[in-house]
Design a protein around this ligand. Sequence first.
Ligand code: FMN
Length: 325
Amino acid sequence: MSLPASLAGRLKLPVIAAPMFLTSGPELVIACSNAGIVGTFPALNQRTSAGVDEWLTTIRAGLKADAAPFGVNLIVHKTNPRVAADLALCVKHRVPMVITSLGAAAEVVDAVHGYGGVVFHDVTTARHAKKAAEAGVDGLILVASGAGGHAGTLSPFSLMAEVREFFDKTVLLAGCISTGGDVAAALMMGADLAYMGTRFIATTESMASDINKQMLVDAGASDILYTPAISSIGTNFLRQSIVAAGLDPDKLAAPAGVDLSHITEPYNKEPGKPESKAWRDIWSAGQGVASIHDVLPAAMLVERLGAEFNARVAAFGSVAKQYAA
Ligand SMILES: Cc1cc2nc3c(=O)[nH]c(=O)nc-3n(C[C@H](O)[C@H](O)[C@H](O)COP(=O)(O)O)c2cc1C
């Protein structure tokens, strides 16, 4: 178990606020990193690479001297024509952490290592984890079942156990981590860092609409539908947002095949129905909604996570004593 040197001692809590399409931008990144956890955003949240350049300048200007590092998410896939340009901007701005999704490429790792940055790659299976390890990534993000976004289907226990058999660098755990107690539990399971998405949608600084935030606060775990129908690969969505878009969550058509252009193309084009876009109008969230009951500034959330983390660790200390030989 380990952290890269560039992160060790720089975090108040072992937490990364995960990149979220249409949700995380500079305001959230700055608030998280200034509060002592890693703030991140997906490069595709800006319509152009020039926009990413602007955001990186804004973030650098907004970070305090003792801020935690920040990160950028790159979707490394043939359908994303911007990978090279966005990677060049990460190099230009010396982005401390690059998070790759879908493809793990040795070229990306080399470019980021060239200026001293680290690359973490997200995976849902041990097979993909092995491929990413071979590409030389510094850390693996294990996206388990119930996570927001393109979730995995495996239990975090089995995924962690399989990956730890061959990977001894940094491991991050993702999926339904919503409280500081959950963060402590992730570390107990063998993770070095907790990767939290859905919880950060319900912050003042997230770019999600107020209706989206309230829907998430009101939702329970059974309001989350895992389906490939909307985003072409298995994704968790809030049922209520599918209904609000005029669709029946229990009668969604199967996707024709994997097609990630939905990030730019409208999904529901049925005549007479309002045009709804996956992610923009049909909102992703993970089963971690079960323990999210309020919207608050990110700095307050981080403070609360810290208190919950300490309480869980202390409580565990007395459990451990009971069973110590
Ligand atoms: C609304 C939303 C948008 C997301 N967009 C992205 C994205 O653009 N890139 C990415 O790598 N992961 C994306 N994810 C996945 C998160 O980065 C992270 O893996 C996940 O949210 C962790 O699970 P949790 O939501 O249960 O905490 C998204 C998740 C959500 C909820």
